[in-house]
Design a binder for this molecule. Structure first.
Ligand code: F6R
Length: 592
């Protein structure tokens, strides 16, 4: 949800660097782009649309200066127009601000500012911030003091980068609830919403906590709290390389990330020792509750089946946005497990705050240093590397791997580790279906509705297949428990509605096969995923995607999700869409 960047460079012009850095954050929003730099006065160039379009009309010479700020927007308040694009300025164009978050009391503050004569040019909540800073600077405060005063007036979430012509060469960042990091280069300093923005410049970063401020100038970075006291912060060395945030020859990040999945699983498997350490600290729990959103919710659903099957602990799965309405019965005998790629999802963080007061909490997170990792009682990192495509792929399988490791270790059935360790090879095999899936995608690209069905461990896989389809192809996809079809949705099935059936060998196989027969009897086209040896399923399906027979239903979520991801990816490409940047979505959802 919006990406912000700021930089102060010693020798170089800031504009090209800001453009490059903010380009690495485009997964956070692509409704508009804007850059502001400051030499003698503030120059701003902004426009609606994606960065590629913005670059077409951009003359970087019109943005002189060694410091500046930049923004990519995911619209919340005000439509995605040029006027609503950041940076926003005060009345005299001496203060410029970029913002990620939502100012909940902006209407009251805007009315107050309008009454004192301020002129607004956008519908955004953000624009009140430069005007408020202007008020405090007009009263005689310096930029830092004015920002501090403004933060006392704001209700909501924010990561801000601010500059003023009164204090040239200085950029100030401050955060509450929205992420902000400081990058420490050689004689150059950065602010950014996320690490990939600065990877080409430095691997040394500081993670700002809530209500902390970073003051960057040509000589140094000072971190203060909102009382103005200087605080010392740990500097983290990032292990990600710049290549990891590049497409490296693939047409899209999503395709690259789909192909990285066997390695992502191997990386998570290397966390086994860390996971053992975490588990050793657990008291005995009588209940487990997973909390997550979207794809991470689907990983959690697999967790429910695993924990109940292997560990024998009753396990709930709750959507993070519903958690506050259903968390009444939590107690200290419950472990609440939060699954989040970003560790910054607002719904998840809110639920984590509630759970921390009542239960033991664990966060399974990909992004090191993210808010969830600092707020949960225990943390497991998935180590999938940076994921830039908006649709989660490799981080899903790494979340699954962390959950498998936990469930196997907690159950004491460690012989299953051997099966888990074979999964990267099976996933490599599954990637070989790419050409076949490309062909299937061509056949079904104009379909308007799909069903995805599965039972038990395959139900979450069906749900994840449907979510991928919806988000990147804009085709309606319904993920359904195969046994539920007859309770309503079967009425929708006809020759126009393809059904993707997830049918690995195991206890649920025969019943799902019956459901396949039922949809065939209603003339549906069936795209089936199952064992190479499954002749009945093969003959029942119009398209058949085969897997080695030894992958049973318990471990099937790892390899079986791959054809689903590829199917959505290739349908998206066939329809002329950009799978990396689906409309209306952003990777990191920092609003409720
Ligand atoms: C779907 C997708 C989203 C995220 C969801 C949670 O492809 O990426 O559904 O899974 O927004 O995000 P995290 O895992 O960062 O909390």
């Amino acid at each position: 949800m919006c990406g912000i960047v700021g930089c102060v460079l010693k020798d170089d012009e800031a504009a090209p660097v800001l453009l490059e850095c903010v380009g690495k954050l485009e997964y956070r929003g692509y409704d508009s782009v804007g850059i502001a730099t400051s030499a003698s006065d503030i120059k701003i160039i902004k426009d609606q649309g994606k960065i590629d379009k913005y670059k077409e009309n951009l003359d970087l010479k019109e943005l002189p200066g060694k410091s500046g700020i930049a923004h990519v927007r995911w619209a919340t308040h005000g439509s995605p127009t040029k006027e609503n694009a950041h940076p926003h300025t005060d009345c005299k164009n001496r203060i410029a601000v970029v913002h990620n978050g939502i100012i909940e009391n902006f209407k009251e503050l805007k009315t107050e500012l309008l009454n004192s004569g301020h002129k607004f040019t956008s519908q955004t909540d953000t624009e009140i911030i430069p005007h408020l800073i202007e008020e405090y600077m007009d009263e005689g405060q310096d930029l830092e003091g004015a920002i501090r005063s403004v933060t006392r007036r704001l209700i909501g979430s924010y990561a801000l980068a601010v500059m003023s012509t009164d204090e040239p060469g200085k950029i100030i960042g401050v955060r509450k609830e929205s992420p902000l990091i400081v990058g420490l280069g050689e004689d150059e300093y950065f602010l950014a919403s996320d690490v990939p923005a600065v990877l080409n410049h430095t691997n040394q970063v500081i993670y700002l906590d809530n209500k902390e401020m970073a003051i960057l100038d040509g000589n140094d970075v000072i971190i203060k709290n909102l009382d103005g006291d200087v605080i010392s912060k740990e500097v983290h060395t990032i292990e990600w390389t710049p290549d990891m945030a590049e497409k490296t020859g693939y047409n899209h990040f999503m395709l690259k990330e789909i192909h990285e999945q066997p390695d992502a699983v191997k990386n998570t498997l290397m966390e086994e020792k860390e996971i053992r350490n975490v588990i050793e600290k657990f008291p005995k729990f009588s209940k487990i509750c997973f909390v997550a959103c979207g794809t991470s919710y689907h990983a959690s659903l697999v967790g429910k089946y695993l924990f109940e099957t292997l560990v024998g602990i009753p396990t709930d799965v709750i959507l993070a946005s519903e958690f506050e309405y259903t968390s009444g019965a939590l107690d200290k005998d419950t472990l609440v497990i939060f699954i989040s790629q970003s560790g910054e999802t607002a719904d998840t963080l809110k639920a984590l705050k509630i759970a921390n007061r009542k239960s033991h909490t664990l966060a399974i997170v990909n992004v090191v240093g993210s808010t969830a990792t600092r707020e949960a009682e225990h943390v497991i990192f998935t180590r999938a590397g940076p994921e830039i495509g908006v649709a989660a792929t490799k981080t899903y399988v790494s979340q699954l791997t962390a959950i498998y490791l936990m469930a196997i270790l907690m159950s004491g059935k460690e012989e299953l580790l051997q099966t888990l360790e074979k999964m990267p090879d099976y996933m490599e095999e599954a990637l070989k279906s790419e050409e076949q899936i490309k062909e299937i995608a061509g056949k079904y690209k104009d379909t308007t509705d799909f069903f995805f069905i599965g039972r038990g461990f395959s139900y979450p896989t069906a749900m994840e297949g449907a979510l991928k389809l919806k988000e990147i192809t804009y085709i309606h996809g319904e993920g359904y428990a195969a046994g539920e079809l007859k309770h309503g949705p079967l009425a929708l099935i006809d020759e126009e509605v393809p059904v993707v059936a997830v049918t690995p060998p195991g206890s649920s196989h025969d019943k799902t096969l019956s459901n396949v027969e039922e949809v065939k009897a209603r003339f549906a086209h069936v795209i089936a995923l199952g064992s190479h040896d499954d002749d009945v399923l093969k003959s029942d399906s119009d398209e058949f995607i085969g897997f080695p027979d030894e992958i049973n239903e318990m471990f099937s979520p790892l390899p079986y999700v791959i054809p689903m991801q590829l199917l959505s990816y290739y349908i998206s490409v066939e329809r002329g869409l950009d799978p990396d940047k689906p409309k209306n979505l952003a990777k990191c959802v920092t609003v409720e």
